[in-house]
Design a protein around this ligand. Structure first.
Ligand SMILES: N[C@@H](CCC(=O)N[C@@H](CS)C(=O)NCC(=O)O)C(=O)O
Length: 226
């Protein structure tokens, strides 16, 4: 049985966008897993993997850290139902676009709400690590300022996905695959962390997000929200 180490917030909330990618990839493969929640200050749980971040999976003799490495491992160890098909480089490109463009556009408008939902025992760690990243520990103030521009700035970065989703139901075509899971992880991060409305109903990304929430028996929709 595969073990997945997943970031945990208050009330068992699971916001990590990278862990969501791993969960979608496991479901895509039809694989079950044992879930091991890990708080920010419980890194000893993943020391065996020499990792400071989750997701980490333990799959028989294989210990794999990093969401992209996990996706590649799953696709080679379980070749049925390919995650990438011939388009592995395209999937890598989309996941990298989400990491480098979508997540940085989301983080400022989420950070105050994320902090409120971090387990109290992990709050000093979050304050220190994210404070250094942002140059302030006034996360509520930082978030309020970011939201003054509205979510328009965030929506603007979705334009490449929007153009594709105007023409087809998934980024990967008629069926979802890893590029969809990479972007869906970002939306689940937001969904678990904040009640903020990110997408208007007439945005072509909106129906795609609904389809992603419905996948795998509503796995994403069932997750505890903000
Ligand atoms: N490149 C890694 C990034 C993983 C990552 O940043 N995970 C975050 C949770 S979303 C984490 O574990 N952070 C731990 C920390 O900040 O101490 C991947 O794709 O798996």
């Amino acid at each position: 049985m595969i073990t997945l180490y997943d970031l945990v917030f208050q009330d068992d909330r699971r916001p990590s966008p990278f862990c969501w990618r791993a969960k979608f990839a496991l479901k895509h493969k039809g694989l079950g897993w044992r879930d091991e929640p890990m708080g920010f200050t419980e890194k000893q749980k993943i020391a065996f993997a020499q990792s400071q971040t989750v997701p980490v999976i333990h799959d028989g003799p294989h210990v794999v850290k990093d969401s992209w490495a996990i996706a590649q491992h799953l696709d080679s160890a379980y070749p049925e139902k390919p995650l990438f098909g011939p388009a592995r480089h395209h999937a890598h490109f989309v996941a990298s676009w989400v990491d480098s463009t979508v997540h940085p556009a989301l983080f400022p408008i989420l950070v105050g709400d994320l902090y409120e939902r971090v387990r109290p025992v992990d709050q000093p760690y979050f304050l220190d690590s994210r404070g250094k990243r942002l140059g302030t520990t006034d996360f509520a103030g930082f978030q309020a300022k970011a939201r003054e521009k509205g979510v328009a700035a965030f929506c603007a970065v979705l334009e490449p996905a929007r153009r594709v989703l105007k023409e087809q139901p998934f980024l990967s075509g008629e069926q979802p695959a890893y590029p969809d899971y990479a972007l869906a992880g970002a939306f689940l991060w937001a969904r678990v962390a904040t009640p903020l409305t990110l997408l208007e109903a007439d945005d072509p990304v909106h129906p795609w997000r609904e389809r992603m929430l419905d996948l795998f028996d509503g796995m994403g929709r069932k997750a505890k929200t903000a």
